[in-house]
Design a protein around this ligand. Structure first.
Ligand code: LRH
Ligand code: MN
Length: 385
């Protein structure tokens, strides 16, 4: 058990700054009490998640949602709070100029503008000490014939190459794919294969990020994880869960068994340790539930799935697989999934000097009452869509 605890103690999950702001759907964005008004307050809330779980030491930023005058000062503020700045997320999906695409737009002026934003994000990486740029493109078309699918790939490749060349030592970018939305006919980076092919062509500093909400229903995501890990091209995850489309619900909430299967392939593929360089990021929206407890619960869901994945009896599994013992192998796998790891994790937290139940500890801390009282007035943070 000791080495499992040691591995779990070193787990590193990154929370997204935008999960602490207001979010919603096209129908309604519900405002909540105590929501941060600026990136400094978002970091303070993220620090609460780390304080109670012990395994969420970095926060991903999204530009311009987290635009500040002094990014080095923001990074200093994070350090004071006991957290660090993680991935820098670009945003080329909210400007009127990007209606027909950003880096794939038929108009070279618009492509230049989009690529310049991506390069600005690398400047922000330099200023904050972040080593990871995460690139998601909403680019796509809604009707057959609207634009040339191949030409858009050429434009995408050209922009990615320019950004790739700008990356400094110790810096990389993660290319995110998504099947559809906001484009409803063809998305320019729709699946892992497209992202993988662009990254292979660019080089070692380009890897793929798997957003668990970005696949067609029924997709075997753990297969994609196993494959990308084997190729050294799994840069990270945007964890969330969904019942239908890109619902961005709490990871593990909709399908804890899928999360377990994904984390098993991570463990089996040697992708869990910090040396593997896989970024375990959350990408979620707490539209109706309180945001900090929502993040704490999400971190715990990943931690539970990881503990179960580490409990798979690999020797017994390998032996059953080699013997063609289908039911035996499946039983070994399910035994781990059906193991209640909550007592183990409560014990681990106490050994880490934390309360055994992070949700109860946060509720008792009075932090929510404090921010609800303090954060009066000002503009609550949100997607600004
Ligand atoms: C796109 C996405 C991407 C982010 C955004 C917040 O759906 O998953 O990772 O930029 O959500
Ligand atoms: Mn995402």
């Amino acid at each position: 058990m000791t080495d499992i605890k040691a591995v779990l103690r070193a787990q590193h999950i990154e929370t997204p700054s935008w999960a602490y702001g207001n979010s919603g759907t096209r129908f309604k964005v519900f405002a909540q009490q105590g929501v941060p008004r600026d990136p400094y307050e978002k970091l303070a809330d993220a620090a609460q998640v780390h304080a109670h779980t012990g395994i969420a030491p970095t926060v991903a930023l999204h530009i311009p949602w987290d635009k500040v005058d002094d990014y080095a000062d923001l990074a200093r503020h994070a350090r004071e709070l006991g957290v660090g700045i993680g991935a820098i997320n670009s945003n080329v999906f909210q400007d009127d100029d990007y209606m027909l695409g950003s880096v794939t737009n038929p108009d070279a002026r618009v492509r230049r503008k989009a690529t310049d934003h991506l390069l600005e994000c690398v400047d922000i990486m330099d200023a904050t000490g972040s080593g990871t740029l995460k690139l998601w493109f909403s680019d796509g078309i809604n009707y057959p014939g609207q634009d040339d699918i191949r030409a858009r790939q050429d434009r995408l490749a050209e922009s990615l190459a320019e950004v790739y060349d700008r990356l400094g030592d110790g810096q990389r970018f993660l290319l995110e794919y998504k099947l559809f939305e906001p484009a409803f006919y063809a998305t320019d980076v729709p699946d892992w294969g497209t992202a993988y092919a662009h990254c292979v062509r660019l080089g070692p500093k380009a890897q793929v990020v798997v957003d668990t909400g970005h696949h067609a229903p029924g997709t075997n995501i753990e297969f994609i994880v196993a494959f990308l890990l084997r190729e050294g091209k799994l840069g990270g995850f945007d964890f969330n869960s969904r019942f239908y489309a890109d619902d961005d619900l709490m990871v593990g909430a909709a399908d804890p068994f899928q999360l377990f299967r994904i984390m098993y392939e991570v463990v089996r593929g040697g992708g869990l340790g910090p040396e593997a360089g896989v970024a375990f990021m959350l990408d979620q929206c707490h539209n109706i539930e309180p945001k900090i407890p929502g993040q704490i619960r999400s971190v715990m869901n990943v931690q539970e799935a990881t503990a179960k994945a580490l409990l798979v009896d690999r020797d017994a599994l390998t032996a059953a697989q080699a013997a063609g013992d289908v039911l035996g192998a499946n039983a070994v796998f399910m035994d781990a999934f059906n193991t209640d790891v909550r007592p183990l994790l409560a014990e681990l937290r106490e050994e880490m000097g934390l309360a055994p139940d992070p949700m109860a500890a946060y509720a008792k801390s009075g932090y929510f009452e404090k921010i609800a009282a303090e954060r009066i007035g000002g503009q609550q943070a949100g997607w600004g869509a």
